[in-house]
Design a protein around this ligand. Structure first.
Ligand SMILES: Cc1cc2nc3c(=O)[nH]c(=O)nc-3n(C[C@H](O)[C@H](O)[C@H](O)COP(=O)(O)OP(=O)(O)OC[C@H]3O[C@@H](n4cnc5c(N)ncnc54)[C@H](O)[C@@H]3O)c2cc1C
Length: 373
């Protein structure tokens, strides 16, 4: 599930990023007010938020691609558009063997999943998901206590000693897991990309896949253009970006949000049946394994395939409950399982945009012609 990327961000970024974000927004508004839609001057003035640009060759930039990661989303954070469903507690385990060497591991723990994946030949990254926005304090030892008493008993035996040693070493880091649906804000001369534009729960490690896929969509859109001077018509043309990216981005985003909810423990028996059914479905092999993995990796980013597999898991769970002999109680749990599955996936799909996700060809912005000049 994890493709090797490893980073833990600091809690302190949002306020700094929010100020930078506000400065950028204020700059854009001011230039718009003055009737200059192109942000080239701002780039030439050396604004720090510029991470990459297509240069016009006149000393300025025609398109500023803002990709400041989590810091870039800080303005949205302060505006309440970013959800924080949980936090990751990160540790590095040394000199231990994963149960399946060279593979990422997702432990379906209580209250929520724990990830392990190799980051070098001798080190394993461990990410413990802690639901909610607050984690136990590291400073007063609550965190070490939580990890030793709640988490350690659920860690595979092969990793247990290395896990305890990593806690004793004290190099524990935490980061909030953010989720933010992409809200397009077409701005002449600027384009937001990556985590600054769109985030999902990092459980499935899909962020980089979405960011790289967005880059390909943008590259294809810019390819036929001879110059990027006319910021206003370019901005209109690039509105199709927000729809063309949807099949890949929304499939990976929806899968991340849905899997996080399915894999978290719950006092509801129907939700626990769904969690076990999901694990067993993925273990069946054939299309039941290859299909979801192709979705996760972005190799088959088809939203309909995602919905089909999601409800196949639910039906598989209900079938197991009803066989060999259905009882009224089991029927009731089965009905609640279907209702829980719908309650998980439909709100995420709604936030992604039903039309853009399933019927992108019906969105007029998809047919924007490149600017003539
Ligand atoms: C623990 C963890 C594990 C993950 N694992 C995976 C994985 O396995 N697979 C996957 O696909 N995704 C994974 N992700 C998600 C992935 O890391 C991100 O989605 C991806 O890095 C986003 O790329 P980005 O360029 O938008 O942001 P970043 O990679 O965060 O890059 C933003 C850059 O902008 C810089 N910056 C910020 N502010 C400014 C400023 N004002 N001026 C100049 N520069 C600035 C930052 O220093 C940073 O270098 C993981 C994320 C985390 C937190």
């Amino acid at each position: 599930m994890i493709n090797g990327h490893d980073s833990l961000h600091s809690h302190k970024l949002p306020p700094v990023g929010a100020i930078l974000g506000l400065l950028l927004l204020a700059g854009i508004r001011e230039r718009r007010r003055r009737g200059d839609g192109n942000l080239a001057g701002a780039a030439a003035a050396g604004r720090k938020v510029q991470c990459g640009s297509e240069s016009a060759g006149n000393g300025g930039a025609d398109v500023i691609v803002v990709g400041a990661g989590v810091a870039g989303s800080a303005l949205a954070f302060t505006l309440g558009k970013v959800e924080v469903p949980s936090c990751f507690v990160g540790l590095v385990l040394e000199n231990c063997q994963l149960p399946h060497p060279n593979h990422g591991h997702v432990i379906l723990a209580d209250p929520s999943p724990i990830l392990f994946y190799p980051i070098s030949s001798t080190e394993v990254r461990c990410l413990v998901d802690v639901p909610g926005q607050k984690v136990p304090s590291i400073a007063n030892g609550e965190m070490a206590n939580y990890l030793k008493t709640v988490v350690a008993p659920q860690v595979p035996a092969e990793l247990h000693d290395a896990f305890i040693s990593a806690i004793d070493k004290g190099s524990i880091r935490t980061m909030p897991n953010r989720s933010m649906p992409a809200a397009p804000l077409p701005t002449p001369g600027a384009l937001l990309m990556g985590d600054a534009f769109n985030m999902r729960h990092p459980l499935t490690g899909g962020g980089m896949t979405v960011a790289l896929s967005d880059i390909v969509v943008l590259r294809n859109l810019l390819k036929p253009l001879h110059n990027l001077h006319d910021a206003t018509s370019l901005c209109k043309y690039l509105e199709s970006f927000y729809t063309l990216r949807k099949p890949v981005a929304s499939t990976i985003n929806t899968l991340a949000g849905a899997l996080y909810k399915v894999f978290s423990a719950s006092p509801d028996q129907a939700r626990n049946e769904m969690r076990q059914a999901c694990f067993d479905y993925l273990s069946l092999g054939g299309v039941c394994t290859k299909g979801p993995i192709a979705l996760l990796s972005g190799l088959n980013p088809r939203p309909l395939s995602l919905v089909a597999h999601f409800f196949a898991v639910a039906i598989y769970g209900v079938g197991r409950l009803l066989l060999p002999f259905p009882s009224p109680k089991r029927l009731w749990i089965g009905a609640r399982l279907i209702s829980a599955a719908s309650g998980i996936i439909f709100p995420i799909i709604k936030a992604e945009g039903v039309r853009q996700m399933f019927f992108p060809a019906m969105v007029p912005a998809c047919y924007r012609a490149p600017p003539m000049k």
